[in-house]
Design a protein around this ligand. Structure first.
Ligand SMILES: *[C@@H]1O[C@H](CO)[C@@H](O)[C@H](O)[C@H]1NC(C)=O
Ligand SMILES: *[C@@H]1O[C@H](CO)[C@@H](O)[C@H](O)[C@H]1NC(C)=O
Ligand SMILES: *[C@@H]1O[C@H](CO)[C@@H](O)[C@H](O)[C@H]1NC(C)=O
Ligand SMILES: *[C@@H]1O[C@H](CO)[C@@H](O)[C@H](O)[C@H]1NC(C)=O
Ligand SMILES: *[C@@H]1O[C@H](CO)[C@@H](O)[C@H](O)[C@H]1NC(C)=O
Length: 549
């Protein structure tokens, strides 16, 4: 939706003068869309900003009503207010937030103070005929009155943020049925304890690290030979996948491309590589990988590499959950040889799911994946030290890579690991992965208390390690940003880009002043079916979040 900039500026100036009063009841509109019923209150009703927001609101509600069936219908208030004033983190913008009818925030992650500090004024500004419906929730939308520069930048996206907030409101009030009644973000890490066989898959978390005791390794090896047992896990994984596939939110949310950082263009003119594209978790969705790579003009419509002087980084977790593991690895294997002819580079990083597979942890393998290899036994051969895909994962994929001023790793590099050195870690892990004995041999060795480092090396098994940690996505900025600074200083980089943590509603998020960028968008059809990637334009010194436009 285009909004004329000049018009906006003049109306902002005009509208500001009477922004204290909320529109009286006669002109507040009540709108019904099947399941949705809301009152829209905007103090600058006549101005373009109110019209713009109302249009985006209407569009958002119409879109939601195409995928959500809510009965009885919901009743809520929509209030446009200067939310920027009430942020707890003044560096982050917020478009909208949902509160209950006592103005308590429904989403604990929101950066708006709770209870909403301006509630008294809002209530007063409604007269007896125009009070809050007080039924379900209140959606507060930012008019950016105290941050008109933000609107001038025209980098705004009310529609998708409104969709997001209404869904959050409905979720918090238990108004949604499966598959919309659970958050799309990654659940917290599983408890550290473990014992015996891995639990049946499909709980959405990480598999527990395998225990190093002899019985456990032999149990796992034994169990993996039982195709019935392996397929049982696979079906449980597939059920989770089906449930996520039923979620159609990605079909109505389409984020606008967003400029994350604009640096000084003169600083970068001598870069050989003009462009870097970083793609997050793929999880067995070949079509999604292809469509993202075509969109980024890395490959053409025949899937041949076409990008000159370009770097592709995939941050791990190509495999598990979806069916297309063989197709994905086969495709990338062939691509690798074309890339150098275009003076380009492709870095494929290891994720925890690649390592799980090399450890014989198959609880997130799909039935379709096993079927493309005929059996788990045959699949294991392909991933073994001398197998086609084993050689690729073990010999060609690294744990982390620093490209110019960006550091990439699947889950994130804490300073403890950064101190060990990027090359040293990559070499050590490669050495472990290519020298690992067969599963049967490891079982035998474990009876003499000899455990292979693939099960004990911290980089691969530590819950705070670079392939598994959730700290960067989950812990508060107070806790992570100073350690991130250390990592960036040690690795001589300016930002770290990670996958591993599914970002809500398929939106690339940044933390620590954009120095941490989270690009796992739940792109797999087995996850959320979203679409997007990170693009770094070295020649312009710009960092972009790109979506399907
Ligand atoms: C979601 O709703 C379904 C029924 O539609 C229910 O079986 C399931 O337990 C709910 N899940 C959560 C996380 O509330
Ligand atoms: C294989 O696994 C199935 C399902 O877990 C189990 O019922 C069966 O006893 C196992 N077979 C063997 C030979 O262990
Ligand atoms: C950027 O990174 C590439 C790949 O690692 C390297 O070849 C190139 O020299 C770097 N360029 C600059 C200006 O650092
Ligand atoms: C292995 O370790 C356990 C416990 O540490 C010990 O009881 C056992 O004797 C050891 N076995 C061998 C073969 O060394
Ligand atoms: C991180 O996860 C834990 C649960 O493991 C949770 O209690 C905590 O609130 C989360 N922190 C953030 C900032 O989301």
């Amino acid at each position: 939706m285009k909004f004329p900039k000049i018009l906006l500026l003049s109306t902002l100036a005009l509208g500001y003068a009477n922004s204290k009063s909320i529109k009286n009841p006669s002109s507040s509109s009540t709108t019904y869309y099947d399941s949705f019923n809301y009152n829209f209150h905007c103090s600058k009703k006549e101005t373009s900003l109110c019209s713009l927001i109302e249009e985006e609101l209407t569009d958002a509600v119409l879109s939601l009503s195409t995928i959500l069936d809510i009965s009885p219908s919901v009743q809520f208030d929509v209030v446009v207010d200067d939310i920027s004033k009430y942020r707890s983190n003044t560096k982050k913008e917020t478009f909208a937030t949902t509160v209950n009818n006592n103005f308590v925030l429904l989403d604990s992650r929101s950066i708006v103070k709770s209870p909403y500090p301006n509630s008294e004024n809002l209530i007063k500004s409604f007269d007896s005929d125009n009070k809050f419906s007080k039924d379900d929730f209140i959606l507060l939308i930012n008019n950016f009155n105290s941050d008109s520069d933000f609107l001038k930048s025209s980098n705004y996206d009310f529609r998708n943020n409104i969709i997001k907030e209404i869904v959050k409101g409905l979720q918090a009030l238990n108004k949604l049925k499966s598959p919309y009644n659970s958050s799309t973000s990654t659940p917290p890490p599983p408890p550290g304890g473990q014992g015996g066989n891995p639990p049946p898959g499909g709980n959405g978390g990480n598999p527990p690290p395998p225990s190093s005791s002899s019985m456990d390794i032999c149990d796992t090896v034994q169990r993996n030979k039982n195709n019935t047992a392996v397929l049982e896990d696979a079906r449980s994984n597939d059920e989770t996948c089906e449930n996520k596939r039923a979620n159609k939110l990605s079909s109505i949310i389409n984020w606008k491309n967003k400029l994350i950082k604009k640096g000084d263009p003169s600083e970068t003119s001598n870069y050989k590589y003009k462009r870097l594209v970083a793609i997050g978790d793929i999880h067995g969705d070949y079509n999604k990988l292809i469509s993202v790579m075509r969109h980024a003009k890395l490959i053409d419509s025949k899937d041949k590499w076409i990008a000159k002087n370009t770097i592709l980084v995939q941050t791990g977790d190509l495999i598990d959950r979806g069916n297309d593991i063989k197709e994905i690895l086969e495709f990338l294997r062939h691509l690798q040889s074309q890339v150098s002819k275009y003076d380009s580079v492709m870095y494929l990083l290891l994720g925890n799911h690649e390592i799980n597979n090399l450890q014989g942890q198959y609880q997130f393998t799909s039935e379709g994946d096993i079927t493309t290899f005929n059996s788990m036994k045959n699949r294991e051969k392909f991933f073994s030290v001398n197998g086609k895909y084993g050689r690729m994962l073990r010999g060609e994929m690294d744990v982390m890579v620093a490209v110019n001023d960006s550091l990439f790793a699947h889950a994130g590099v804490s300073s403890t690991y950064a101190e060990q050195g990027i090359d040293a870690i990559n070499e050590r892990i490669r050495d472990i992965l290519i020298n690992v004995p067969s599963f049967d041999e490891m079982c035998t060795l474990s009876k003499n208390n000899i455990t292979n480092p693939i099960y004990t090396e911290p980089v691969l098994n530590d819950q705070n390690g670079p392939l598994t940690t959730r700290s960067f996505a989950n812990d508060s900025e107070d806790k992570i940003c100073s350690d991130l600074e250390k990592t960036l200083a040690i690795t001589k980089t300016k930002r770290m880009v990670i996958g591993h943590n599914v970002q809500e509603y398929g939106e690339i998020q940044t933390r620590c002043d954009d120095k941490l960028i989270l690009i796992d968008l739940g792109m797999s059809s087995c996850y959320g079916n979203y679409f997007g990637y990170l693009e770094i334009l070295n020649d312009k010194n710009e960092v972009w979040a790109i979506y399907n436009h």
